[in-house]
Design a protein around this ligand. Structure first.
Ligand code: ADP
Ligand code: GLC
Length: 507
């Protein structure tokens, strides 16, 4: 089975969040199961510099007004994962962020940049680039790749099956209707039953409507986004997908996130001997200029500084944490107002609060290892990976009961402590009061070292590897494409079944 996995970011070529982690770890896990998965993403300058063994494999003919593009093939560093980069100097070779310029403004041509990514996905899918790869399934991720299922649904001949995964319904890629023609979207599809969303053209809606199957990244979020509260206006669209929509829980890359082997930690540790974690804590306190006090609880926060992540509420509870003799360490970037507020908190509580505004991957690892408790609250959370990394690193997560957080952390209560299932602390309302109740519970247990140690070991023993979820994706690919799950069998030509499914979905 051959699968083209289309994404806007993949670690370590380009990363702004969890999508990049998943876009590496899931394909790697699928390859272990025998699926020939290959990535397709833009050739941002850093991606181009980091990819291994790059070579040009195809010229991409002019389309959507873009006439300077080539396809580069290479491999993802230390992953044995084939990657195709869409190299259009005009669209992707620029300084600044993946989606924004240096001042934080969205690139004005984002609709074209990502429509072109989808266009190249279509050309590969249809075998028109004459490369040595003919996918049976195209797996498009997030709004950036949302037009790809739509483009493929317009093809007349046989075509691969399509799966679309939404990693976050709040990011929709909605653009002025004037873009429609330029992007090659037929006028007939610009309606409420198509891709029109409040007068705009919505890339997310295109993915949700035209893919053969739709998934999201946890079972609870899959239920939540069928409701107006979490659906960001798309709950009706999703509801119409019925059985074709499901939630598959994310996993973690156990090679990159493993305290027993993590090369950026000052000392490694494992469940059988977690003494190295104390050394990591001391080193973190030293590195960040905090008072080096082994007994003081360190609360960590590795996050985008946004309302989704309740960063505003984290700031609200900081004075409470400091009053209760805790330390707080954060690494994050996000909304400018929040960045300023976090900086101010550091100045106000120097020696007790350390804030690094910015993006620092190794520090994120050291912070997970050196903290005792990880804050991962959220107003909504499709899956969340930082709480999973925290569990692996024996830092007990404090999470809100929503989305993937609810699916992955077991609240420490008298019962769950007794039956040894507890792994963290869970609260319900997105308020400072509710968060403080959970923090208070965490602090009380922290003061009981024997119980705390047991909770840490339970957390570290949780299996959030990709194995089970990758098998679910394989089953989904198989059901969608009509190819048997038996991955050893010969590749067949594209089945008609997939086409029919799309026709039904599109009609
Ligand atoms: P989201 O994708 O919604 O931001 P996730 O929890 O799924 O949330 O993934 C966040 C990823 O980004 C994790 O790998 C986390 O370690 C990383 N991360 C977030 N902020 C930073 C930062 N400032 N520096 C380094 N890594 C960060
Ligand atoms: C999004 C979500 C996050 C999820 C990640 C990877 O960024 O906000 O919850 O873990 O995608 O699927």
């Amino acid at each position: 089975m051959q699968v083209l996995f289309v994404t806007a970011e993949a670690y370590p070529l380009a990363k702004t969040g969890g999508l990049a982690d998943v876009s590496r770890a899931l394909p790697v896990a699928l390859r272990r199961l025998g699926v020939d998965v290959r990535l397709l993403m833009p050739a941002y300058p850093r991606a181009y510099l980091r990819i291994e063994n790059p070579k040009i494999v195809a010229q991409i003919g002019p389309a959507l007004g873009v006439d300077d593009a080539t396809l580069i093939a290479g491999t993802l560093p230390s992953a044995n994962l084939p990657v195709y980069l869409v190299d259009s100097p005009r669209l992707f070779r620029r300084n600044g962020g993946l989606y924004q310029n240096e001042t934080g403004a969205q690139w004005p041509d984002n609709p074209l940049r990502f429509a072109f990514l989808a266009h190249v996905g279509r050309e590969i899918a249809m075998g028109r680039l004459k490369i040595d790869f003919q996918p049976d399934v195209v797996h498009a991720n997030d709004w950036h790749a949302g037009l790809l299922p739509l483009y493929l649904s317009l093809e007349n001949g046989p075509r691969p099956a399509t799966v679309f995964t939404t990693h976050n319904m709040a990011f929709q890629g909605n653009f002025p209707a004037e873009w429609r023609e330029r992007l090659g979207v037929p006028g007939a599809l610009f309606s409420a039953g198509g891709v029109e969303f409040y007068g705009q053209i919505s890339f997310l809606k295109a993915g949700l409507r035209y893919a053969d199957r739709v998934t999201t990244v946890s079972p609870t979020y899959a239920r939540e986004i069928l409701t107006p509260e979490f659906g960001c206006g798309m709950d009706g669209v999703l509801g119409e997908r019925g059985e074709d929509f499901s939630g598959i829980l994310n996993g973690i890359d156990e090679m990159l996130w493993n305290p027993a082997t993590d090369p950026v930690l000052p000392r490694c540790y494992r469940e059988t001997d977690i003494s190295g974690k104390r050394a990591c804590k001391t080193a973190l306190q030293t590195e960040l200029g905090l008072a080096v006090r082994p007994e003081t609880p360190v609360f960590g926060f590795v996050s985008r500084l946004t309302e989704q992540k309740m960063a505003d509420v984290v700031l609200e509870v900081l004075p409470w944490l400091i009053e209760h003799d805790a330390q707080f360490v954060a690494v994050g970037e996000g909304e400018p107002k929040m960045e300023v507020a976090f900086d101010q908190a550091r100045d106000l509580y120097s020696g007790k609060v350390a804030v690094i505004v910015g993006y620092d991957e190794p520090l994120a690892h050291r912070l997970q290892a050196g903290s005792d408790i990880l804050l991962a609250p959220a107003r909504f959370e499709p899956c969340g990976l930082t709480q999973l990394y925290a569990l692996r690193y024996g830092s007990l997560p404090v999470v809100r009961r929503t989305g993937g957080l609810a699916d992955t952390v077991v609240d420490a209560t008298a019962t769950t402590i007794a039956d040894r299932s507890a792994t963290g602390f869970v609260f319900d309302e997105p308020t400072a009061d509710d968060l403080i109740v959970a923090l208070n519970r965490a602090l009380s247990l922290y003061r009981e070292p024997l119980i705390w140690r047991r909770l840490q070991l339970q957390a570290m023993a949780q299996d959030f590897s990709w194995t089970a979820s990758a098998a679910q994706y394989t089953a989904l690919y198989s059901a969608t494409s009509g190819l048997p799950v038996d991955l050893g069998t010969e590749k067949e030509s594209t089945p008609a079944a997939a086409q029919q499914t799309t026709r039904q979905a599109a009609s």
